[in-house]
Ligand binder design. Structure first.
Ligand code: G6P
Length: 373
């Protein structure tokens, strides 16, 4: 049953292992003839309404807000609609500009987070259209919204979110692909290619998770570390933020995620000999050519004594001379790399917490669902 650990050492270990399934389940029935079809949002968002949307605001708290950041990259690229990501608790206290052409999409595993619920209600009162991306059937936020796109990660018990995050990113990507096609921003051929990438992810993620033993070894060696930094660029940036959040939540280690391009504008001052830094490295095949820029960031921090842990694509040899440890992810399109790169960081936080003898499923001071403001 969902309420037992099924032989795993923790619910979190079990839930990370279920990420490929969560991904697959969230795609199930939503792809027809190689294209995305989202029947369930038709009611609240018929195609003509989607064509009239001129701005999207993604709302969430904690991990859900970071999945929103990834949604922003995908939706803007595929559908050509401007997207903002807002922390739900900041949203309604700053007079956000909303109209019937604004689509406010909330992201919540529980569908009960009070900050997110209040933001959704506020958006509705101000005339915006509301979409809920939610993992819990019939949750309050889902009921308060014009339409729901359910993630199908299954029940998540561990306080720190893992498989729900993966499923949220997939749901946002599905929505971006749907919107892109409805609005004529994405050709059927391009759409099919992207859908095929999504469908290939569960098997690739399985490969990533199989390196769990390596990650455990790394974590054990770092069990007395006091501070870890995470760098990423483009879609690697939200991955860095999520990796840092997981480490704070689970292992009570000071951790910060930074955009790699921001390094020279401040964070590089933090680098001293021995500082542990995870770097999420974009594919060397990527056409934006961000790869050399991130490799040069690695050289800069290495020259100042950082201990570099790279998450890099299989076959990327450029990182080898400068990284102390390398975790590999299989080849995927640029937008899909985060779904592979985040898993080792989740595993790392879990293993480090376990190495410190902490309760992985119930970190101190945190609640699974925060139903007060
Ligand atoms: C709490 C949990 C986090 C979660 C956040 C949002 O802070 O500890 O893991 O990301 O709430 O929860 P939601 O259910 O709205 O996704």
């Amino acid at each position: 049953s969902a309420a037992d650990k099924g032989g795993w050492s923790s619910f979190m270990a079990k839930e990370i292992s279920e990420e490929p399934e969560a991904l697959e389940a969230t795609l199930l029935g939503r792809v027809h003839d190689g294209l995305v079809v989202l029947d369930e949002i038709e009611g609240g968002f018929p195609d003509d309404v989607l064509r009239g949307v001129d701005r999207i605001v993604l709302l969430g708290a904690g991990t859900a807000a970071y999945s929103g950041l990834l949604g922003k990259y995908a939706i803007e690229k595929w559908a050509g609609v401007p997207v903002e990501v807002e922390l739900a608790h900041e949203f309604r206290y700053r007079d956000p500009v909303l109209s019937e052409h604004t689509l406010v999409a909330s992201i919540s595993q529980s569908g009960e987070t009070m900050d997110t619920l209040m933001a959704v209600k506020y958006a509705r009162e101000r005339g915006a259209r509301t979409l809920s991306i939610c993992n819990t059937q019939g949750a309050t936020i889902a009921r308060e919204s014009d339409a729901v796109l359910y993630t199908r990660a299954g029940p998540e018990v561990a306080v720190a979110s893992t498989k729900a995050f993966t499923a949220q990113v997939v749901a946002l990507y599905l929505f971006g692909l749907h919107l892109g096609r409805v609005r004529g921003a994405l050709s059927d051929a391009d759409s099919r290619g992207l859908v095929a990438e999504l469908q290939a992810l569960p098997a690739k993620l399985q490969e990533v998770l199989a390196q769990g033993g390596e990650v455990r070894e790394m974590a054990r060696q770092m069990s007395d570390t006091r501070s870890v930094l995470f760098l990423g660029r483009h879609v690697g940036y939200p991955v860095a933020l999520e990796g840092a959040l997981k480490l704070k939540e689970l292992a009570y280690i000071h951790a910060e995620g930074f955009a790699a391009g921001e390094l020279k504008h401040g964070p590089i001052a933090l680098i001293e000999p021995g500082q542990r830094v995870f770097v999420v490295v974009p594919s060397p095949r990527d056409s934006n050519s961000l790869h050399p820029k991130v490799v040069s960031n690695i050289q800069e921090i290495r020259a100042r004594g950082a201990y570099v842990l790279a998450v890099a694509e299989a076959g990327d040899v450029a990182v080898l001379p400068f990284a102390d440890e390398v975790l590999r992810i299989p080849l995927a399109g640029p937008m899909f790399e985060p779904l592979l790169a985040v898993a080792p960081l989740q595993q790392f936080a879990m293993e480090l917490a376990a190495a410190k003898g902490l309760d992985v499923d119930q970190p101190r001071n945190l609640a699974k669902s925060v139903t007060v403001e």
